[in-house]
Design a binder for this molecule. Structure first.
Ligand code: WQD
Length: 351
């Protein structure tokens, strides 16, 4: 059973990926300092897979602590690196915090991968590398434009760091550019646990619907789109998770065509903010209390993926549609709200 290190394993996409890896025969360890995640998610992973995953509660920006994990686990066959801050709006307000955290942690992980001769590296990238694309859908060769946020800049720089490290070492890598991961695992044992005020659209919708938030704001309805609100490519988090297992096997089986292959992970469909709200109301029967507010700095107008490359080369086929995404997100919010003690006060008193 090959051992895989998942950094940020207690996070939203990390936890769903751990479930998929275990269900596909891997032994998984996690490294996550829980600064933006809740370790209780490990209980949800165990409930879903029967496996108790070991998490190293370390700050990956501290090289000695990161190095110690590799010394203790010399048999790591591959790394999936999720650990990073990812709130677009916050990154516009606090760029240095994003550069320091997201880049130092990546550099330390790559240093250890090189030192311990770990050949396979999957990097959590993002569609934000495209900036405000001139045309959609975007392919993997769509020219990058100025990142609209520090978060996007850390992903552009991160991809360059991985590419150039792969060129200088034995590392074989895959960059996965997520579009908008949403929803929760169909078991309803794991899902997104926002820490503090949710920045992302879907947690804001579900927290408003359940009453944790009194009203949500639509960040602008005066964009040049079909209904004035921004368009994104929403993709179920379990579909994103499975793509990581496929990418890892692609490397482990030496099918990769270069030392740094890149794939778009999106549904291929664009939906506006107002359409997502409409779908949520349709599948849950809950009328959402929202108001139109000002535009949010850092937002791109419209982006969605051409996902043909991941479909044909990785054999990736997204299983969930927007209805499923909204329903699983809502089921998870209902559970979070009902079992507040299950996830500790850190989340019980979300403001
Ligand atoms: C989506 C739309 C908001 C909240 C995300 C991830 C990022 C990256 C890219 C993976 C925007 C609007 C939001 C609210 C709103 N993914 N919105 N009211 O900014 O596209 O970034 O996808 O790497 O990690 O964060 O996602 O959910 O914040 O916003 O109107 O209360 O919803 O303005 O148009 P974004 P988001």
């Amino acid at each position: 059973m090959k051992k895989i290190l998942v950094t940020g394993g207690c996070g939203y996409i990390g936890s769903h990926t751990i479930v998929d890896l275990i269900q596909n025969g891997f032994h998984v360890i996690s490294a996550d300092n829980n600064s933006r995640s809740n370790p209780s998610i490990l209980e949800g992973i165990e409930k879903t897979t029967g496996v108790k995953v070991k998490n190293y509660t370390i700050d990956l920006c501290i090289l000695d602590d990161t190095h110690a994990v590799f010394q203790e686990n010399p048999d790591i066959a591959g790394i999936i690196h999720f650990a990073a801050y990812k709130a677009v709006g916050e990154s516009v307000q606090q760029p240095l915090m994003y550069f320091e955290n997201n880049l130092n942690s990546l550099i330390n992980i790559l240093k250890c991968a090189a030192e311990f001769n770990i050949p396979n590296f999957v990097f959590s990238s993002s569609c934000t590398v495209y900036g405000n694309p001139e045309e959609v859908p975007v392919t993997e060769t769509t020219a990058w434009r100025e990142a609209e946020s520090a978060y996007g800049s850390t992903k552009q720089m991160g991809e360059k760091i991985v590419q150039q490290t792969a060129n200088a070492t034995h590392i074989q890598s895959v960059l996965l550019r997520y579009f908008n991961p949403v929803g929760a695992h169909p078991s309803n044992n794991i899902g997104e646990i926002p820490v503090g005020q949710p920045a992302n659209l879907v947690p804001a919708i579900t927290q408003t619907a359940i009453g944790k938030l009194s009203q949500m704001k639509v960040h602008g309805d005066d964009y040049p789109t079909r209904d004035g609100s921004c368009i994104r490519d929403y993709i179920h988090v379990s579909d994103i998770a499975h793509a990581h297992t496929l990418a890892l096997n692609y490397l482990l089986e030496h099918r990769n065509s270069s030392n740094c292959d890149v794939f778009n992970l999106g549904s291929g469909n664009g939906h506006s903010v107002l359409e997502v709200i409409g779908t949520f109301e349709k599948v849950t029967g809950h009328k959402l209390n929202y108001a139109i507010g000002p535009r949010r700095p850092g937002d791109v107008i419209a982006i969605y993926a051409n996902n043909e490359k991941a479909r044909t080369i990785l054999g990736w086929t997204p299983q969930y549609n927007l209805d499923d995404m909204m329903l699983t997100a809502w089921n998870w919010e209902v559970k979070l709200n009902r079992d507040e003690n299950l996830f500790g006060s850190k989340n019980a008193t979300l403001n």
